[in-house]
Write a protein that binds this ligand. Structure first.
Ligand SMILES: C[S@@+](CC[C@H](N)C(=O)[O-])C[C@H]1O[C@@H](n2cnc3c(N)ncnc32)[C@H](O)[C@@H]1O
Length: 313
């Protein structure tokens, strides 16, 4: 698909480039905040699954910028499996949020102090096997909740991506054990065709006898509450649509015409280590075509440093 067609197709993709966000996801967090006012009074925040970093940018711009007094008081810790280009005022950790070591690193960053807000936009590389994708996304949500129980202050808030799948009611019930109010929100910048939504969890208030446990994120028998709440998986969860940026609701699934004199913008931060890096390099050296026309036999191993034979241009 050509550049013009892509820009015209998605208004948020285009806006992200115009406003210098690393990803169009920035608008999802902005719209959630517009509706729920989750940034108010926030000084310490954890951004889980943060790469390429547009949510961290939003947090940095909203919490640090324009407030010289606050700038040094604000702490933003961003975590992702992937390397992320540096961002001013954002401390970065590269790691897997489902791993104990990563969770411990995050907790250490707060040196005993608590965070006011935890956000998580975690999504696995989708396989196309929907049950599997939903299951892995659910595990990321539980990992985020586990980390949250260690770092979030009482009455703090959490926002986490959730797939509108079979387990949404079960996961919502689990979140409601820890937060007084849980709303499943769909920002208008999130495409309708996507099964993603966001669990906005307000007013952290864990059960009195809950002891955060790094090794066993809420999955031990004691917190397997299906026996005591058998209806948890059968309830209907309500969804709230949010997003009215500056009074202009824009639909991510609609096509908007560009002005004839529209000026294109390049991405503010190109990917630093994309999966297609090797293929791109081979293409510039004109070696990719040779690889794809004479593929390596399936039984043999490609020479070291070369991509597998199924790389397509
Ligand atoms: C939709 S992207 C996040 C976009 C980000 N919020 C932004 O605005 O730029 C999902 C991210 O989840 C990360 N991720 C997936 N599984 C993870 C895991 N187990 N631990 C840490 N990060 C993970 C991926 O590397 C990916 O960068």
């Amino acid at each position: 698909m050509g550049r013009a067609a892509k820009d015209k197709r998605d208004v948020y993709y285009r806006l992200a480039k115009e406003e210098g966000w690393r990803a169009r996801s920035a608008f999802k967090l902005l719209q959630i905040n517009e509706h729920f006012n989750i940034f108010e009074g926030v000084k310490r925040v954890v951004d889980l699954c943060a790469a390429p970093g547009s949510w961290s940018q939003v947090l940095s711009r909203k919490l640090r910028k324009g407030n010289a007094h606050n700038e040094h008081e604000v702490k933003i810790v961003a975590v992702d499996l992937q390397e992320m280009a540096p961002l001013e005022g954002v401390f970065q950790i590269q790691g897997d949020i489902t791993k104990l070591a990563t969770a411990q690193q995050i907790v250490q960053q707060f040196e005993g102090e608590k965070a006011d807000l935890v956000v998580c936009d975690g999504a696995p590389d989708v396989t196309g096997f929907h049950d599997m994708d939903e299951y892995i996304q659910g595990q990321l949500l539980i990992a985020a909740l586990n980390i949250t129980t260690h770092v979030l202050k009482p009455h703090g808030n959490m926002v986490a991506k959730i797939f509108r799948g079979r387990d949404v009611a079960l996961l919502t019930s689990k979140l409601e054990l820890f937060f007084k109010r849980v709303v499943i929100a769909k920002p208008s910048s999130s495409r309708n065709s996507s099964i993603e939504a966001f669990a906005v969890c307000l007013d952290y208030c864990p059960p009195d006898d809950y002891v955060p446990h790094m090794n066993n994120p809420l999955l031990d028998g004691h917190w397997d509450f299906l026996e005591t709440m058998p209806e948890a998986n059968r309830r209907i969860v309500n969804f709230v649509v949010c997003g009215n940026l500056d009074g202009h609701p824009m639909d991510a699934d609609r096509t908007y015409q560009l002005d004839p004199d529209y000026v294109y913008h390049d991405p503010g931060q190109p990917p630093i280590n994309p999966a297609y890096k090797m293929a791109k390099l081979l293409k510039t050296e004109n070696k990719l075509a040779k690889l794809t026309t004479s593929p390596t036999p399936a039984s043999s191993t490609p020479p070291s440093g070369e991509p597998p034979s199924d790389v397509v241009p």
